[in-house]
Design a protein around this ligand. Structure first.
Ligand SMILES: *Cc1c(COP(=O)(O)O)cnc(C)c1O
Length: 429
């Protein structure tokens, strides 16, 4: 069963200072989990988790992870800037982007990040953008094509995905990069998303290790690291069993010893780029019930909406809901829990068994710590919520204030009529 990492009493107190809706992150959970990941891979001296910044782009959260030895996987110039702002530069940055603008290659290189090429054509594109030079360390992204299938039926479809290069292109890329003076090489692949099975990383690792041996033989390039990327999932459903990171680490080690060690490549570093697994369970959207509506179905209207958490609307994702203070009450009501967007898919839950919800109740929407706030948008003029960190000592730190109407209108400051908008804003501030 899923348990909220806070209580009704605690949220009531927090809400006096920071009105709902807000994101709440659990410092203790984040730190303990990051330590477990590190320990699970401690058999590999060069291991590093590059936290996927896009999952939770908040500098305070990133600082917590940096303290635990993480680097940062960035996909855009703003994520690179965020990393630099907390002192993460050089080999603490993995720049795994695709369809990359020239200026982003330039910036990533300027702060010393490791560039991970998504395509063979990006090599000359970047070479030119960087002033006819190439950094000493470069990674390339692999796409094996076909279908990636695991024994529990989970599969994904690399052959249908826009990322990475074919094996032939990978070999050609390495030769090309070597000619451009690159000395250390990495291989990267992301073949399946939100895998709730201990099998994914070991299977992927087995494939990439075999590829690495072949590549080193064929090109003579020094493979310095293999990046298993993201895709390790979390159990969103209450009765689903989660991954065991120690089992996963052990499984990767077995492949390492099977393939790389006999090939004399036992010095290769293992990198990961997890986002969801690092943060998902340790963040929640906390929202208040403000309306109930009885028509053909029973609706509970809350003060958050899909702009604050888009996954249910976009993917039909299940996010478990705990009504705080009613943890032990019978689930004898069936509700759709909705936000206020003029969009009928703005529902956090559909036909969900929940305890009777009263107006003013606080709903804790679980597993929103990754790809939650980050996917926020401003449709219907709705604003982003605040983000709060629940510290190990029980205190709360504001780590992003809520957006205001002034933030929302800020980019109209190019208009002569902005002064009118400014007046309206001032009347209301
Ligand atoms: C999104 C992404 C990740 C993180 O994925 P999770 O599913 O959150 O673990 C890692 N690497 C790359 C290149 C990504 O695009």
């Amino acid at each position: 069963m899923k348990k909220a990492f806070t209580t009704k009493e605690q949220v009531e107190k927090i809400a006096q200072q920071y009105p709902t809706p807000f994101y709440l992150y659990d410092e203790k959970g984040i730190v303990e989990n990051a330590r477990a990941v590190r320990e699970a891979f401690s058999w590999n001296p060069g291991f590093r988790e590059y936290f996927a910044v896009k999952a939770t782009p908040n500098p305070v959260i990133m600082q917590l992870l940096k303290k635990e030895g993480c680097g940062f996987d960035c996909s855009s110039i703003t994520e690179l800037m965020l990393s630099k702002s907390i002192g993460a530069t050089g080999d603490l940055i993995m720049f795994s982007s695709n369809d990359t603008p020239a200026e982003e290659f330039v910036y990533a290189d300027k702060i010393g990040g490791i560039i991970n090429f998504d395509d063979i054509t990006h090599i000359d594109f970047a070479y030119e953008a960087l002033g006819n030079r190439m950094p000493e360390t470069i990674s390339c992204r692999y796409n094996p094509g076909g279908v990636f299938q695991m024994s529990n039926g989970i599969m994904d479809n690399p052959g249908d995905s826009k990322y990475g290069m074919t094996k032939e292109q990978l070999i050609e890329s390495y030769k090309k990069l070597k000619a451009y003076g690159v000395k250390h090489f990495g291989i990267h692949a992301f073949l399946a998303s939100n895998t709730v099975t201990n099998e994914y990383y070991p299977m992927l690792a087995g494939q990439l290790f075999e590829l690495a041996v072949e590549l080193e033989k064929e090109t003579g390039c020094d493979i310095a690291f293999i990046n298993l990327s993201g895709g390790v999932g979390i159990p969103y459903l209450p009765d689903q069993e989660g991954n065991d990171i120690y089992e996963i680490g052990k499984g990767v080690k077995e492949q390492f010893e099977r393939v790389l060690v006999p090939a004399g490549m036992g010095d290769v570093s293992i990198y990961t780029e997890m986002g969801r697994y690092m943060l998902g369970p340790y963040g929640a959207l906390v929202t208040k019930a403000i309306h109930e509506k009885h028509i053909y179905k029973e609706y509970i209207g809350v003060d958050a909406c899909a702009v604050n958490l888009m996954r249910p609307a976009m993917y039909g994702s299940y996010h478990h809901i705990t009504v705080l203070g009613k943890e032990d009450a019978p689930l004898d009501h069936v509700y759709d829990v909705t936000g206020s967007l003029c969009e009928n898919n703005d529902k956090f839950a559909i036909d969900r068994n929940l305890p009777k919800i009263d107006m003013g109740d606080y709903l804790f929407i679980h597993d929103a710590g990754a790809h939650g706030f980050a996917m926020g948008y401003n449709y219907n003029g709705k604003l982003w919520s605040s983000e709060l960190l629940l510290k190990e000592d029980g205190s709360v730190e504001l780590i992003r204030r809520a957006q205001t109407p002034r933030d929302y209108f800020a980019t109209f400051d190019c208009l002569p009529m902005f002064s009118e908008l400014d007046k309206v804003l001032k009347e209301n501030e």
